[in-house]
Design a protein around this ligand. Structure first.
Ligand code: HEC
Ligand code: HEC
Ligand code: HEC
Ligand code: HEC
Ligand code: HEC
Ligand code: HEC
Length: 352
C-alpha cells in the first residue's frame, strides 16, 4: 500500500505500459503525467491543472496488458451525476486523495505524505516522536474490534460522508477522520436494499464492486466474533500474496480446522469440501470468498462476507456462486443437486 501513488519523474519505472507505442485510446505522453496510481490490478494517470489533479480517460489493465477507457458513468457511482461528465472536471481532491494519502487538507489541497503512510493507521505521530510511549500513539491491536476494523474500513469501503456537500463539493471519503476518532461520525457505509441490485451491492447485500472489503466484512459472523482485518493481513508487508500473515492455503487454519470450535464441523477437510485434498475446489477461499467483486473488466477481487452463496441464489438473483464459477460447463441444477448429496450439508439451507 506504500506505493499506490507515484510521481513518474521520481520513479522511472512507475509507468507500466510502453507509452511510446501508439494506441487509439491514448492521447497524452509521459511528460503530461503528474502522478500514476496503482500497479496491482489497474493503473490510472493524472495531469495537474492549477492545484488539482485530474484523471486521463484511459487506464491500463495490468492483468490483460491492455488499455481500457476510464470514465465513471452515471449509475456506476453515487457521485457521477453530481459532477460534469468530463474527467477534467472531476478533481481527485474530493473524489480520491483522502484515501490515497495522509492528511489531505481540503482547503490547502496539500498532503503530509502520498500513499498509506504510518499515521493513517497509527494516528498523528508528532507527540510520539517527542515522547516515545504507548500512550502517545494508536496501536490498532489494542482497540476494540469495531475501531480496530475501522483502521481498514476508513479506506476499504464504499460510502459517503454524512455532511455532504462540504463547502459546496461532494466528497467520496471520510473527511475529518483520523485514527483515535470514531469513523461512524465521519462516514456512512453505502446502504443496500435486500432483493435489489444497486451500483454497489448484489441483492443479498454482498458487494459486487472493488474496495468493499469493509462493507462485506461487517456483515460476517467473524466480524461479530471479534476477528479483524489484520488477523489475516499484515499491512507492514509479508512475503505472501495480499500481505497475508500465512500462505493463502494456510491462513484459515490459524483459527479453523476439522471439528474445531470455529468449524468446519467434519472429521477431515476433504469431508467438508467434498474435493480431493490439494484440489482447487478444496481451498477455503474458493467457496467462502469467491472472486465476484469487479475491479476492472473481468478481473475480480475476493468477497469478504465469508457467506456461502448457493446455486439457488444464482437462479433467483443472478449472484454468481462459487461452484459454477469453477464448474462453468455445468448448470446451477447440477451444482445444487451435488450439494444436496453432501449429507453433512443442511439441505434446507441449500434450497434458497
Ligand atoms: C494500513 C495500516 C497501517 C499502516 C500504514 C502502518 N501500520 Fe503499523 N500497525 C498496524 C496495525 C493494524 C498494527 C497492529 C497489528 C500488527 O501488529 O500488525 C500495527 C502495529 C505496529 C507496530 C507494533 C506495535 C506493538 O506494540 O507491537 C509498530 C511498531 C508499527 N505498527 C509501526 C508502523 C510504522 C513505523 C509504520 C509506517 C512505516 C506503520 N506501522 C504503518 C497498521 C498499520
Ligand atoms: C489510507 C487508506 C488505506 C488504509 C487505511 C488501508 N488500506 Fe489497504 N489498500 C489501500 C490502497 C490504496 C490499496 C491499493 C494498493 C496498491 O495499489 O499498491 C490497498 C491494498 C490493500 C491490500 C492488497 C494488497 C495486495 O498486495 O494485494 C490489502 C490486503 C489491504 N490493503 C489490507 C488492508 C488492511 C488489513 C488495512 C487495515 C489494517 C488496510 N488495508 C488499511 C488503502 C488503504
Ligand atoms: C474511500 C477510499 C478510496 C477512494 C475515495 C478512492 N480509492 Fe482508490 N483504492 C482504495 C483502496 C482501499 C484500494 C485497494 C482495494 C481495492 O481496490 O479493492 C484502491 C485501489 C485503487 C486503484 C488500483 C490500485 C492497483 O494497484 O491496481 C487505483 C488505480 C485507484 N484506487 C485509483 C483511485 C482513483 C482515481 C480514485 C478517485 C476517482 C480513487 N481511487 C478513490 C481506496 C480509495
Ligand atoms: C483470527 C481467527 C480466524 C481466522 C484467521 C479465520 N476465521 Fe473464520 N471464523 C472465526 C471465528 C471466531 C468464527 C465464528 C465461529 C463461531 O462463532 O461459531 C469464524 C467463522 C467462520 C465461518 C462461518 C460463518 C458463518 O456465517 O457461519 C466461515 C465460513 C469462516 N469462518 C471462514 C473462514 C475462512 C475461509 C478463513 C480464511 C480465509 C477464515 N475463516 C479465517 C475466526 C477466524
Ligand atoms: C467446495 C466448497 C467449500 C469449500 C472448499 C469449503 N467450504 Fe466451508 N462450507 C461450504 C458450504 C456449502 C457450507 C454451508 C454453508 C451454509 O450452510 O450456509 C460451509 C460451511 C462452513 C462453515 C460453517 C458451518 C460448519 O460446518 O462449521 C465453516 C466454519 C466453514 N465452512 C469453514 C471452511 C473452511 C475453514 C474451509 C477450508 C478448509 C472451507 N470451509 C472450505 C462449502 C465449502
Ligand atoms: C476453485 C474451483 C472449484 C470450486 C469453487 C468448486 N469445485 Fe468442484 N471440482 C473442482 C475440481 C478441480 C474438480 C476435480 C476433482 C477434484 O479436484 O476433486 C472438482 C470436482 C467436483 C465434483 C466431482 C467431479 C464431477 O465433475 O462430477 C463435483 C460433484 C463437484 N466438484 C461439485 C462442486 C460443488 C457443488 C461446488 C460448490 C459447493 C464446487 N464443486 C466448487 C473445482 C472446484
Amino acid at each position: 500500500m506504500a506505493n499506490v501513488v507515484r510521481d513518474p519523474r521520481e520513479h522511472q519505472d512507475a509507468i507500466i505500459p510502453d507509452l511510446s507505442k501508439a494506441d487509439p485510446l491514448v492521447h497524452f505522453s509521459k511528460d503530461d503525467i503528474a502522478f500514476v496510481y496503482g500497479s496491482i490490478w489497474k493503473q490510472r494517470y493524472f495531469k495537474k491543472a492549477g492545484d488539482d489533479y485530474f484523471p486521463f480517460p484511459v487506464q491500463w489493465d495490468v492483468t490483460h496488458k491492455m488499455w481500457r477507457p476510464y470514465f465513471v458513468k452515471n449509475g456506476t457511482d453515487w457521485w457521477a451525476a453530481l459532477y460534469a461528465p468530463d474527467n477534467f472536471q472531476r478533481p481527485t481532491g474530493p473524489l480520491c486523495d483522502g484515501c490515497h494519502s495522509v492528511n489531505y487538507d481540503i482547503n490547502t489541497k496539500t498532503v503530509t505524505e502520498w500513499n498509506v503512510g504510518c499515521e493513517r493507521c497509527h494516528g498523528p505521530g508528532s507527540e510520539h516522536v517527542k515522547q516515545r510511549t504507548r500512550e502517545t500513539i494508536v496501536n490498532p491491536a489494542r482497540l476494540d474490534y469495531v475501531h480496530a476494523n475501522d483502521t481498514c474500513i476508513q479506506c476499504h469501503s464504499q460510502g459517503r460522508p454524512p455532511n455532504n456537500p462540504i463547502d459546496g463539493r461532494y466528497f467520496d471519503w471520510p473527511v475529518g477522520f483520523h485514527m483515535g476518532l470514531n469513523l461512524a461520525d465521519f462516514w456512512r457505509l453505502e446502504s443496500y436494499r435486500l432483493g435489489e441490485t444497486s451500483f454497489t451491492h448484489f441483492p443479498d447485500a454482498t458487494a459486487h464492486k472493488n474496495r468493499m472489503q469493509g462493507n462485506d466484512f461487517v456483515q460476517s459472523l467473524m466480524y461479530n466474533r471479534g476477528v479483524v482485518g489484520f488477523s489475516c493481513h499484515d499491512v507492514h508487508g509479508t512475503r505472501n500474496a495480499a500481505q497475508l500473515r500465512e500462505p493463502p492455503g494456510e491462513m484459515c487454519f490459524a483459527c479453523h480446522g476439522p471439528n474445531t470450535q470455529n468449524g468446519p464441523r467434519s472429521a477431515s477437510i476433504e469431508e467438508h469440501t467434498h474435493h480431493k485434498a490439494g484440489s482447487m475446489g478444496s481451498q477455503c477461499v474458493a467457496c467462502h470468498m469467491p472472486r465476484i467483486e469487479e475491479t476492472i473488466s473481468d478481473v475480480n477481487v475476493h468477497a469478504h462476507t465469508f457467506r456461502f452463496i448457493t446455486p439457488a441464489e444464482t437462479d433467483a438473483y443472478k449472484i454468481p456462486n462459487a461452484c459454477n464459477i469453477c464448474h462453468g460447463d455445468k448448470s446451477t441444477e447440477w451444482a445444487g443437486a451435488a450439494l444436496k448429496s453432501w449429507r453433512d450439508r443442511s439441505p434446507w439451507r441449500m434450497d434458497n
